[in-house]
Design a protein around this ligand. Structure first.
Ligand code: MN
Length: 498
């Protein structure tokens, strides 16, 4: 690509941003000039001019409809580290927010997220989340940067390819998933796949191709029948075939009940139907079920009537398609679809809770814990969606909006959002009531501390448990900060007397 092509690609970016943001693009143009100057004469290992990279990252963010500041930060994200720009110049020209974002992205890039040791990994993940909590956009810029680096990974030396691909699968893909951008997770994994498992990748591409094709044709056949009946009822749905990502197919093939048999994977392509209203969604469900019999016991879930804990809303039904082949049909509305896709409403809290198989009561508890864990990210994300109201948005993504919160980590890296005066006992009860009843001692960042110690954001707390429930201590009521812990202690005291 020559510089003229790049300029016209930049013009396309401007058009796109104008369309959803309506903002004045003067600053974006200045950023483009600035990055061109800073990267003068520099080339990527692919042979392309260096600026093709920040431009690609910025374009990805525009796809996600992010705000101007993020896109400017993406354009500038390498100008200081890799280009010839000075940080002071960048900050004085583009202001505090852009400056902070670029700085954050650089910091995240410096973290080696895949340490040799587990503790090191945790430590780095912890730092990453703290950077992220300050401004979620840092991570979004970083994810866009990573996607483009993965797209051009073939230009790098072999030894680096594997390390970067592994980090992508182990850190960035799960991060994207946790943020609810499942599409990005799938994209990152598929980009890394050929570098990590070359032969398996090639083999799977070859083997799966006819299955994808057949499934597509099959869905198209169903689509025609469904559209015909919709026309009669005056519904105008959009029907997409949704292909399963290759890496996720590969992982599914390894499940013991599937044992590598691709014929057993019946969601290789699912059908997604998007309609205008909730009313239409139920009408459509009627149409689908009258054309194709639902598969008994296999799965009908109405997440419109009962949204998943993370807010995901859609109706899922598995039916026998023509020729009695099982097909999953997902029905949602335009409004919910936007939210499901871009609303960062991942299914992680739901599926993680589901895996902690146990009593329904425990499951319920699990969902609650997971939900709480998700809340702060979800809130950040909710806020970042309100691109139109600039001031509100700024308030939301800035750290002071979160200053009263403490992010406390379990040794496994789970994050708990606790108030500022919380103690290890609060933490224990936040993890599980049962853990609260077994507290013997606590370690913070590896050191034994008093149970009344006030925790700080970023602390890693490990609870040392007694074998049997411990006699409750009234003293704890004096120092715990959360209602949840107080309630737990009182209940424990009542029950202990009996
Ligand atoms: Mn970069």
């Amino acid at each position: 690509m020559n510089s003229k092509d790049l300029d016209s690609k930049f013009e396309q970016l401007l058009t796109k941003v104008r369309r959803y943001n309506g903002a004045d693009t003067k600053l974006l143009k200045r950023a483009w000039k600035f990055t061109k100057l800073a990267h003068t004469g520099q080339k990527r290992l692919t042979g392309e001019p260096y600026i093709s990279h920040p431009l690609a990252a910025a374009s990805i963010l525009a796809e996600w409809r992010l705000d101007e500041t993020s896109i400017i930060a993406a354009l500038l994200h390498d100008t200081v580290e890799d280009g010839g720009a000075k940080k002071e110049d960048l900050c004085s020209e583009f202001g505090e927010d852009v400056c902070r974002l670029v700085d954050g992205v650089t910091k995240v890039s410096d973290l080696k997220l895949r340490g040799e040791r587990k503790e090191q990994q945790l430590e780095n993940l912890r730092k990453l989340i703290l950077v992220m909590a300050k401004d979620l956009r840092v991570v979004l810029v970083k994810l866009a940067d990573r996607i483009h680096n993965m797209q051009t990974l073939s230009a790098l030396p072999k030894s680096k390819q594997v390390r970067i691909a592994r980090e992508t699968v182990e850190v960035y893909a799960p991060l994207a998933e946790r943020l609810g951008i499942g599409e990005v997770k799938g994209q990152l994994e598929d980009l890394a796949f050929p570098y990590l498992y070359k032969n398996e990748y090639k083999e799977l591409v070859k083997v799966s191709k006819p299955y994808y094709k057949k499934a597509q044709e099959y869905i198209n056949k169903m689509k025609r029948s469904i559209l015909k009946d919709c026309a009669k009822q005056n519904i105008r749905p959009e029907v997409h075939a949704r292909e399963k990502h290759l890496f996720s197919l590969w992982k599914k093939l390894q499940r013991p009940n599937i044992k590598g048999d691709i014929k057993k994977v019946n969601d290789i392509v699912a059908m997604r139907v998007v309609v205008e209203s909730v009313e239409d969604a139920y009408k459509l469900l009627g149409i689908v079920h009258s054309l194709y019999k639902p598969i008994p016991h296999l799965g009908f879930s109405d997440f419109i009537a009962q949204p998943k804990p993370n807010g995901y809303r859609s109706i899922h039904t598995k039916v026998f398609g023509p020729g009695i082949r099982p097909v999953e049909v997902q029905i949602t509305t335009i409004h919910f679809h936007e939210h499901n896709e871009f609303g960062f409403a991942a299914h992680w809290s739901y599926s993680e809770a589901k895996q902690t198989r146990a009593t329904p009561e425990k499951l319920d508890k699990g969902v609650m814990i997971e939900k709480k864990k998700l809340d702060w990210v979800k809130q950040l994300v909710e806020w970042q969606k309100q691109l139109t109201d600039k001031e509100e948005f700024m308030k939301a993504v800035k750290f002071d909006a979160l200053a009263h919160r403490n992010f406390i980590f379990s040794p496994k890296g789970d994050v708990y959002d606790l108030p500022s005066k919380a103690t290890p006992v609060d933490f224990a009860f936040a993890v599980h009531t049962d853990m609260g009843r077994h507290v013997k001692a606590a370690k913070v960042n590896g050191r034994v501390v008093s149970l009344s110690r006030k925790l700080k954001s970023g602390d890693v707390v490990q609870i040392i448990k007694t074998k049997l429930p411990k006699k409750p201590t009234r003293d704890w009521l004096e120092f715990v900060a959360t209602e949840n812990a107080k309630r737990g202690i009182r209940k424990h005291m009542r029950e202990w007397k009996k």
